[in-house]
Design a protein around this ligand. Structure first.
Ligand SMILES: [Zn+2]
Length: 358
């Protein structure tokens, strides 16, 4: 019995017996639990510790170790029994063994969870954005447009100082572009396009479109442009952003999944409030490169159809490049990088369109 150690003093009862015998629990290094008579030293019960059922610790209530066959060792030495559990059952028995069996499942679970998150961001968010764009009632777009313009008016805009004559001429030409865009669109419902003139020293030469069809044009852009067609080429580009719902998509992408689900689920009040907060950040945003290309091509097509210079938008970017340079810190350049690639692609598309007519 070398390596055996007395673990706890207590009493032993034969199966079903009421009479208790003073006894001692001994456990060997190899994990054999033996109950011996405290006085005579006779073996009363013996089993591998893993086969002994140990009662849970509940306050200072005596612990019971039930041996196979039903005999019972009872002790008040709770700490000793806990040490026994840690040492022997921990190594040979349930707990650690259970964790080892669980680890592969845990890893699979974590991997699946991460995978699902990636899938949601990769596929579900764009899908939700498309559903939200498709199901946005015009009233929500209107509200967004109005509130964004109102907040911009207090933040960065001053009333226009352009001559009325120039404004009237541009308004009329803008209405012509909108009508042509309507003809290109066919039967689909048309956004309520409106051209707003504003002066803005902070923003400089710029134009942008809100989801409801409001297009804002700064005096600075009109004054920079060499002719009306350049201004109209830019406006046609902005109409392209509206026709393709670029702003709405941009806002929805920012708004996040919760607002999208609320919106699609019909909780328009709460969702709109959330979206309006995002909408105010709209000016600071830039569209994706793909959206910019789409709007450039739309400008070329629309200007061509309206009988105006389809290369006007390219000429405007060239002017911007020559006046302020590609890398200048001008708001319109951060949202509309006037790169040579962009100018070349737009000119090539204009020539392609003109070519198909001949
Ligand atoms: Zn753009």
């Amino acid at each position: 019995m070398s390596g055996s150690e007395p673990v706890a003093e207590g009493v032993w009862r034969a199966p079903g017996a009421a009479a208790a015998t003073a006894a001692r629990l001994i456990v060997s290094e190899s994990g054999t639990a033996t109950v011996v008579d405290a006085e005579a030293g006779a073996v009363l019960a013996e089993a591998a510790i893993g086969q002994v059922e140990v009662s849970a610790r509940v306050g200072s209530i005596p612990r019971h170790l039930t041996f196979p066959g039903g005999s019972d060792f009872e002790t008040r030495d709770n700490d000793a029994i806990d040490r026994l559990r840690d040492r022997h059952l921990g190594r040979h028995g349930g707990l650690v063994h259970g964790l080892e069996a669980f680890r592969p499942r845990l890893l699979v679970f974590v991997a699946v969870t991460i995978g699902l998150c990636v899938l949601i961001y990769r596929f579900a968010v764009p899908a939700l954005v498309e559903v939200a764009v498709w199901s946005t009632p015009p009233a929500v777009s209107d509200l967004m447009g109005r509130s964004v313009l109102t907040s911009l008016d207090t933040l960065v805009f001053q009333p226009t100082e352009l001559e009325e004559e120039r404004r009237d001429r541009l308004q009329e030409a803008f209405a012509g572009l909108v009508a042509t865009a309507g003809a290109m669109r066919g039967e689909a419902p048309s956004p309520a396009y409106r051209l707003h003139f504003r002066k803005s020293a902070q923003i400089g030469p710029n134009a942008f479109a809100l989801p409801d069809g409001s297009v804002i044009l700064t005096d600075e852009l009109v004054l920079l442009a060499a002719d009306d067609d350049m201004v109209l080429g830019v406006l046609a580009h902005e109409i392209g952003h509206v026709e393709h719902n670029h702003s709405l998509r941009q806002i929805y992408r920012l708004a996040g999944v919760t607002a999208l689900i609320m919106l699609i689920g019909g909780d328009i009040g709460a969702a709109t409030e959330d979206l309006l907060l995002q909408g105010s950040a709209l000016v600071a945003l830039s569209h994706s490169r793909a959206a910019e290309t789409e709007a450039d091509r739309f400008s070329v097509e629309l200007m061509h159809r309206a009988g105006r210079d389809p290369e006007a938008i390219a000429r405007f970017f060239e002017l911007l490049r020559d006046r302020v340079g590609f890398g200048a810190d001008v708001a319109i350049l951060s949202s509309h990088p006037a790169t040579q690639d962009r100018i070349d692609a737009t000119r090539a598309y204009a020539r392609e369109i003109a070519g198909t007519d001949r």
